[in-house]
Structures are given as structure tokens and as C-alpha cells.
Design a protein around this ligand. Structure first.
Ligand SMILES: CC(C)(COP(=O)(O)OP(=O)(O)OC[C@H]1O[C@@H](n2cnc3c(N)ncnc32)[C@H](O)[C@@H]1OP(=O)(O)O)[C@@H](O)C(=O)NCCC(=O)NCCS
Length: 197
């Protein structure tokens, strides 16, 4: 199955393709060393951020191996303002595997937005793209990102020791994942619970 980028709504958010007009907003987190500490992205100047954004505006189709999709995150109460982005990559079409990732402007962290956006992304992978398993790869020191994985109900599957030379030092990598069957069961249980409340 494939997916052409289109806006996705959640309770509080709109996820939509990035455009060149989002530069001011994405530059905030693309230039922040603390935000980028555990990400592969380097700290970018404005020209570098514009170039990077230009590439991301074209990441709009999930169809074949390694295809990336990038969606900007807006809150419904502040339309037009990108507070972060979420990403999907088809790691294997034949094995129906997808990888997800997220980043938020620090001013919008601590409100559950990353988890809400990431949940919509996992829904997309499972329901539309047909993913059998969805995973996230992260630095084990990145406790905020681990928190997102745990709130999503992802299982820690692996901790690789010094498998990457990252930002000047050897770093570890952890993998968190959920199966589509587990995701659906959890989602059904949550909606039954909220219907009862
Ligand atoms: C990873 C990252 C997106 C997580 O952001 P976050 O704000 O911690 O995550 P969420 O948006 O899901 O918010 C969760 C927090 O909001 C709180 N919260 C407040 N209101 C909430 C609500 N309505 N629903 C859920 N959580 C809520 C939660 O309790 C939690 O707080 P805690 O961390 O103190 O327990 C952010 O730290 C980031 O951008 N980091 C830099 C980029 C990065 O490392 N990306 C990952 C690379 S693998």
C-alpha cells in the first residue's frame, strides 16, 4: 500500500506537508543544539535550514523502500505555525516495516503533542500503509524520546552498544517497536475505556 501526503487531524493537532513558508518555524529547532543533541541532524544556519526544509517539502510519498514522509505539526488553536515535525520511513516494503521519528520546538514540549502526533503517524502506518511493525531508533540517553515510545506502548527491543560514531563519540542505539496487532488491540482497549468513562 502507498500514501500520498495529505493533512491529518488529531484532537489538538494538524499534521500536514511542510512548505518553504515554514522556514522561520523550523529554523527554531534546526538551529538549537540542545534539541539536536541526540539527533543525526547537525545544527544548521538559516541557509542550511532552508536547504534541509526544501528536501523535506518533497518527502511526501510512501511507496517504495527507503521512502521518507515528513509532516509539519500545527496546533489547531494556532493555525499556520509549525511547532515540530514527525517523520516516517519505509524501511522495508516487502517486510512491511516502517520507522517513525519526531522533533518539537522546546516551547511546545511537555504538553503531550509529540505523543499525539506520533500516535497519528503509527495509525497511518498500520491502517493506511499496511505496516506490520513500526519502530523508532533512538539514543538511550534521550529520555524524552523514550517517554514518547513508552506512552505509545512500544516495546524496547534492542540496545546496541557503541554501534555508531555520533557527534564526536561512540554512541549506543536503542530500538522500540510495536506490532500492528498490538497497536490495534491497545487502541481498541483505550477507546472502550474512554467510552465507559
Ligand atoms: C522527543 C520530544 C519530541 C519529546 O517531547 P515531549 O514534550 O517530552 O513529549 P510529549 O509532547 O509527548 O509530551 C509529554 C510530556 O507532556 C506531559 N503532558 C502534559 N499534558 C499532556 C497531555 N495532554 N497528554 C499527554 N502528555 C501530557 C506528559 O506528562 C509528559 O511530561 P513528562 O515528560 O514530564 O512526563 C522532544 O523532547 C524533542 O523534540 N526532543 C529533541 C528531538 C529529539 O530528540 N527527537 C527524537 C529523536 S529519536
Amino acid at each position: 500500500m502507498s500514501f500520498e501526503a495529505r493533512p491529518l487531524r488529531t484532537a489538538r493537532l494538524l499534521l500536514r506537508p511542510l512548505t518553504a513558508d515554514d522556514l522561520d518555524d523550523v529554523f527554531v529547532y534546526q538551529s538549537d543544539a540542545e534539541v539536536l543533541r541526540y539527533m543525526l541532524w547537525p545544527v544548521r544556519d538559516r541557509a542550511g535550514a532552508a536547504e534541509h526544509l526544501d528536501r523535506r517539502t518533497r518527502m511526501t510519498r510512501l511507496a517504495k523502500d527507503a521512502d521518507p514522509l515528513s509532516l509539519g505539526v500545527e496546533t489547531l488553536d494556532a493555525p499556520g505555525r509549525v511547532i515540530g515535525e514527525v517523520n516516517v520511513r519505509l524501511t522495508s516494503v516487502s517486510d512491511r516495516q516502517a520507522e517513525v521519528g519526531w522533533v518539537l520546538n522546546p516551547a511546545y514540549q511537555g504538553r503531550g503533542y509529540a505523543t499525539e502526533a506520533a500516535a497519528a503517524l503509527v495509525d497511518l502506518c498500520v491502517d493506511t500503509v499496511g505496516s506490520h511493525r513500526v519502530h523508532a531508533t533512538l539514543d538511550p540517553r534521550n529520555l524524552a524520546s523514550i517517554g514518547v515510545c513508552e506512552r505509545l506502548g512500544m516495546r524496547k527491543e534492542a540496545h546496541f552498544v557503541q554501534d555508531a560514531f555520533f557527534k564526536g563519540e561512540w554512541g549506543d542505539t536503542c530500538v522500540y517497536a510495536t506490532l500492528a496487532t498490538e497497536w490495534r488491540a491497545r487502541r481498541d482497549a483505550q477507546s472502550t475505556e474512554s467510552a465507559r468513562a
